[in-house]
Design a protein around this ligand. Structure first.
Ligand code: SAM
Ligand code: DTB
Ligand code: SF4
Length: 333
């Protein structure tokens, strides 16, 4: 009988779970999540996490700097910028030989990594360098590892070239909110970052994009960064959340430290806003206690970088990570 009231006519048995994947987040909504009592935020994040992921599995990615230092950009956090080399002491090196990269990738696989990420301190790659990187990608893939590279800004034809080589993921971070971005980097714009992400997506490569917290930004900037990422046409499959590693000689050395709970909140909000993505607890673990890392996993982080160095800075020993996983009942993937 039609009683003249619009109701949802989908029988309960046919209705799937409500779609949690949204691309229309408002800054106020993200900020409201940040403002929840800690326990309520973690409960929500953990509930979302459990609907989309195995809560006791954490993915392992290993990083290698295939081209260190000498970068022309001015990213205020980065030890690899040529302009801070006098203070950081980072020496510029050439692009590594393919064989040396593959030898490192074999060790990463033996240690249990499932993805191998190669980073280069470039503003953008030259086409001739891409041929050598393509060989690395092919070789790493042949070892049975997933491949990821981060080489700076890409043009469409370069993204297509990397896809052809078999690249699985491209990492290019938005780093922070559009509003705060100019305080950190002036040598390239936020729009250029988004353009690179669009080229990567159009080439059919999975997107890895996140940012850094603890650079002196406001909570609104952390929320704004997550809104930018979540409102992309597709959520990045991988979202690295880095806690600033303060490196002496960079302009951000000695910036005042972020409340660790605010870092956990950032992970939790990323988890809620991008439910199906892998949220990576990235740089910064070297200075985190086991307890803080455990809170990050509870908040929905389900990936880490393993191996004793990130690109130029230290990361926890593999054995320490495995001990922590064992204490928490976490299975490395
Ligand atoms: N040059 C390329 C680029 O900028 O896209 C790729 C390498 S760059 C080092 C990759 C990312 O590392 C940066 O976007 C930034 O998010 C992160 N990063 C660099 N230095 C960092 C630091 N001191 N602490 C935390 N994250 C950092
Ligand atoms: C990402 O988001 N973090 C990684 C990776 N992508 C390339 C880099 C962290 C670098 C930390 C500073 C260093 O070791 O030089
Ligand atoms: Fe260069 Fe990348 Fe470091 Fe910026 S973050 S200075 S682009 S290596």
């Amino acid at each position: 009988m039609d009683i003249g009231i619009e109701t949802d006519r989908t029988p309960a048995s046919e209705a799937g779970p409500p779609s949690e994947e949204r691309h229309d987040w408002l800054a106020e909504e993200a900020l409201a999540l940040f403002g929840l009592p800690f326990a309520d935020l973690l409960f929500q994040a953990q509930a979302v996490h459990r609907r989309h992921h195995d809560p006791n599995a954490v993915q392992l990615s290993q990083l290698l700097s295939i081209k260190t230092g000498g970068c022309p950009e001015d990213c205020a956090y980065c030890p690899q910028a040529a302009r801070y080399a006098g203070g950081t002491g980072v020496v510029a090196e050439k692009l590594m030989a393919v064989d040396a990269v593959l030898a490192d990738a074999r060790r990463a696989k033996a240690a249990g990594a499932s993805r191998y990420c190669m980073g280069a301190a470039w503003r953008s790659p030259k086409d001739k360098d891409l041929d050598q990187v393509a060989e690395m990608i092919e070789g790493v893939k042949a070892l049975g590892l997933e491949t990821c590279v981060t080489l700076g800004m890409l043009e469409a034809h370069q993204a297509a070239r990397l896809k052809e080589a078999g690249l699985d993921y491209y990492n290019h971070n938005v780093d922070t909110s559009e509003e705060f971005y100019g305080e950190i980097i002036t040598t390239r714009g936020y729009d250029e970052r988004l353009e690179t992400l669009a080229h990567v997506r159009d080439a059919g490569i999975h997107v890895c994009s996140g940012g850094i917290v603890g650079m002196g930004e406001a909570r609104a900037d952390r929320a704004g960064m997550l809104v930018t990422l979540a409102n992309l046409p597709q959520h990045p499959e991988s979202v690295p959340i880095n806690r600033l590693v303060q490196v002496a000689g960079t302009p951000l050395d000695a910036v005042s430290e972020l409340d660790p709970f605010e870092f956990v909140r950032t992970i939790a909000v990323a988890r809620i806003m991008m439910p199906a993505s892998y949220v990576r607890l990235s740089a910064g673990r070297e200075d985190m206690s086991d307890e803080l890392q455990a809170l990050c996993f509870l908040a929905g982080a389900n990936s880490i970088f393993c191996g004793e160095v990130l690109l130029t800075t230290p990361n926890p020993e593999h054995a320490d990570d495995m001990r922590l996983f064992a204490r928490l009942g976490i299975r490395p993937e």
